[in-house]
Structure formats: C-alpha cells, structure tokens
Design a protein around this ligand. Structure first.
Ligand code: ADP
Length: 249
C-alpha cells in the first residue's frame, strides 16, 4: 500500500534520510520508532510530498505527489498549524470542503465529542490551549478518514483521556483495514495493537519486523530497540543508566 524506495533527504550537508526503503501492507498498523533526530518526521514529510528528496514513494501504486495519491493519504503533523482567525468548527468545515466530503457534520460531532472539544466549537485557533490545539490538529487529520494515515508523534501534549481515545480510534481504523504509520520516540506509548515496527536511527532503518517475527524470536520491542540503537540488551541499558546516575551523584 505504501512503498518507500531508496529515499535520500539532505538538509544542506545533514543527511536526514540515508537510503530509506520499506513497504507497508494494506491494513497494517506500523510503528515508526526511533530516538529524536532519527529522521522519522523527515521521512513522513517526504511521503506526504512536502519535501524534495531522491528516490521514489508510491501510495497504492500512485506516485505520492499525484492528486490520486493525495486523495487517499492523510497526515497528523507533530506541530499543529492552525489558523488564528478560524474557529474550531470552521477549521473542520474547511478541511471537509477541501476533501469534498458530503455528510461530514456527524463525523465532526463525533470527533469533537470524543476529544472533548465539543464546547470549544466557537473558539478561535489562537484562543486554544496547547493541548486543545493538539486535539484539534488530530481531529483535522482524522476527519477525512483516509485509507493511509501518517501520525507524527501524535501522543505528545495530549491529556490521558485524549491518549486513550486516540488509541481507540487507531484500533478502530486498523479494524476497518486502514494503513497506519505512527511515529514515536517513546517505547512505553506503544501499548496498542500493531503489526510492524520500523526502527530508525541516524537516518537509517535499523530494523523492520512484524509482530509475529518478534514473538517467534521471544524478543520484546524494548529489547529490540536497545539492541539496534545501543547494541545492548534492555538490562544492560538500565545498568548503564544507573551507573551514569551514580557517577553524577
Ligand atoms: P525525528 O523526527 O526522528 O526526531 P527529524 O526528521 O526531525 O527526526 O530530523 C532528522 C535530522 O534532520 C536531524 O538531524 C534534524 O536536526 C535535521 N532536520 C530536521 N528538519 C530540518 C530542517 N528543516 N532543516 C535542517 N535540518 C533539519
């Protein structure tokens, strides 16, 4: 459903994506895991067609920058970019019209209720708290219910209710057969159902495993993460951390 082939992205001399290749099956929920600066946002923005890069990316066989691909591709960016002079309702209506959605009122009502923004409909973008902006950002990305949805660090800045609700929405979308790619640098946030994990570090894909493959090896996601990013086991990483703390004390 999503094919990323040999993508190279440089910011000046900084190689943010160093020959990234992966393939996501239709209906798979994939976690893109990696420390800060690994290149997760850059590959997501490349998939969305926001950046210039080398390599090829296709969505359902269509070039990612084509109108056909854009119709089935959705994105929840890490940083909300709201219009200060549009209300919460106007933001969502604007997106619904841009996607030529019909009968979108019920979907807007549902999302605003689920993310506890129902009473904020008339608030302007610049009147919302950071957390509320983050929730509106999510509602905007979820509204068109795209076939393929990328979410960049979606849990950051959300309150516990919104995190729980987002996990429910993600599970529902997975059950509906949507293809999902969710980036995070927090392993503990990966406690929902997932099918594949891609671990990035230093602009490269260091691991690409399905859940059954990991289970067959008897390895936890945490073990794999530390093994590929630090070359050590989880226990060794914890020991190194406590040694550092002792040295600093
Ligand atoms: P992640 O999302 O995994 O935290 P990013 O894709 O944001 O990583 O960043 C990957 C690398 O690219 C980092 O070294 C970061 O400093 C650099 N980078 C990201 N965005 C820009 C930008 N707009 N200009 C220059 N360098 C950037």
């Amino acid at each position: 459903m999503l094919d990323v082939n040999h993508v190279v992205k440089k910011y000046g001399k900084n190689l943010a994506c160093d020959d990234i290749t992966f393939h996501l099956n239709p209906g798979d929920m994939t976690i893109l895991l990696g420390p800060n600066g690994a290149g997760k946002s850059t590959i997501m923005k490349s998939i969305m067609g926001f950046l210039k890069y080398q390599g090829t990316i296709t969505v359902d066989g269509k070039v990612n920058k084509s109108v056909e691909a854009k119709k089935i591709l959705g994105f929840v960016p890490e940083m909300p970019s709201l219009y200060p002079n549009l209300t919460v309702s106007e933001h969502l209506e604007f997106i619904a019209r841009a996607y030529k959605m019909t009968d979108y009122k019920n979907r807007i009502d549902e999302l605003l209720t689920r993310f506890e923004l129902d009473d904020k409909r008339k608030k302007f973008g610049d009147e919302l708290s950071k957390g509320m902006q983050q929730k509106l950002n999510l509602c905007i990305g979820l509204l068109p219910n795209p076939k393929v949805l990328l979410l960049d660090e979606p849990m950051i800045g959300l309150d516990p209710h919104a995190i729980k609700e987002l996990k429910n929405v993600i599970n529902e979308m997975r059950c509906e057969g949507k293809t999902l790619l969710i980036s995070t640098h927090i392993i503990d946030s990966v406690d929902m159902l997932w099918d594949r994990t891609i671990i990035m570090q230093g602009g490269q894909v260091k691991a690409n495993v399905t859940k059954p493959e990991l289970e067959t090896k008897g390895q936890s996601l945490e073990d794999l993460f530390f093994a590929v990013t630090e070359g050590i086991s989880k226990e060794e990483a914890k020991e190194a951390d406590s040694q550092k703390e002792e040295e600093q004390a």
